[in-house]
Design a protein around this ligand. Sequence first.
Ligand code: AMP
Ligand code: MG
Length: 522
Amino acid sequence: MKLNIQDTFNKKLQADPSLRNYRRQVEEACFSYVTPRIPSNPSVVHVSDDMLTAIGLDADDAKSESFRKVFSGAEVMPNTSPYAMCYAGHQFGHWAGQLGDGRAINLCEVKNNNTSWALQLKGAGETPYSRSADGLAVLRSSIREHLCSEAMHHLGVPTTRSLSLSLTGDEVMRDMLYDGNADYEKGAVVCRVAPSFLRFGSYQIFMAREDKDTLKTIVDYTINHFHSHIINRENEGYLQFFQEVVDKTLDMVLHWQRVGFVHGVMNTDNMSILGLTIDYGPYGWLEGYDPEWTPNTTDAQGKRYRYGNQPNMALWNLMQLANALNVLVDDVPALEAILKTYQLAYPKRYFVMMGQKIGVVTQGESDMKLIQELEQVLQLTETDMTIFFRLLSDIDQVAMNEQDALNLVKEAFYVTIEEIDDLQHSWLSWFRKYLDRLTEVDAIASDRKKKMDAVNPKYVLRNYMAQLAIDKANDGDYALIDELYKLLKDPYSDQPENQEWFAKRPEWARNKVGCSMLSCSS
Ligand code: AMP
Ligand code: MG
């Protein structure tokens, strides 16, 4: 196994001088050197062939002894110095101080095809940032992270990636619902991959510690490596950098809203500076279209990170990042002006995106109303978001009336709508307006369908699908992990042989743990 290792983060930034692995506050450093824990009996469960190629490896490498050892933490590659990153964050709106990689250990950075990838093991043992936890991860949450990272990428959503999923051979104690029923689960390690794992919290920590020098070093590092077109290293450059982070974050959240992804824990330590979806914990996919929904039971009270609130929360997080960057730029009005661009752009971009989902190039007031009415009517009864938008593209505005249109999307309803008169009435009224609007659209129905199908996925990693793969994997059968991985590589195409996965959530999954309820325990 040969990787083109070219480390930058641990070469250019300040290291914690202490090499002892004990829990502590780490000052004036961006990371601490730490060696992954040696698992008792590691085995590779699944590998993303895409990521294998991306980092310059092949199928034989994936079967090798060194792959098994390196990507489970059993062996450290020569000429590498693994490390855990130091960061802080706001959790659920409250300042939490130092957090850091409590169970993630960066192995190295690899350069291949002109792209740099940081490789990071999640669940590879304790670090100085483990606080009161064990540094480990269980199979359940590792399957969810591995599959979803790759699925999100193929949906066109910016995300960290996942190279591999391995079992450690060790057991890990978890209280899955925090209800006093702790039990042993299989331990696992995922090798995550991204150009960088820097988070908003990686900058916030130096504001909190009033360490302007290290803040400048890490911001300059970020610009040098990921925004190298920005030449200026003073206010002008820092403000441009912030604008670009704002733009990328907006893009990411807009994609989440488009595909119905709910992150679940949008704390500032889980916000990538590169605008990537990061830290797959208690995330979920909307089934019934419901802006109030969050999969995270830990957030069930305030529902801070509910689907409909994600754009606001991204902005709130950007505001916290602005506070940190203000230590360098000392220009609140300029930072506020940049935040304002998000506030102005988001509703406009959302409107355009929703227009694309219904096959309309949005124009004025009346299109806005059409979309707003759709959002209302979608909530009158539980209506499957993915199925609804996918079926919508089959409408032929010439051949169909509103009743035909309603019949076409019937499969998306979790109740039989014939039984509910009011509901039928509302839907027929919306479809009447929609069909009228479509007759104004120049494109012929088949062109429109093509465009709509390119933004409305047919297959997403529904919570119950991941749970089925988890249940089987817990019994030692990993075939479904690969089946779902392959299915989700092509989420926008019709896959007739996979019709079973274009279906509503089955009733048994409605209130099942893992399918509709997830906690932060992972
Ligand atoms: P999260 O919001 O779940 O991404 O994690 C918040 C913080 O807790 C991060 O600093 C994590 O590294 C840390 N953390 C989560 N789970 C563990 C664990 N099992 N062991 C050590 N640290 C953890
Ligand atoms: Mg995190």
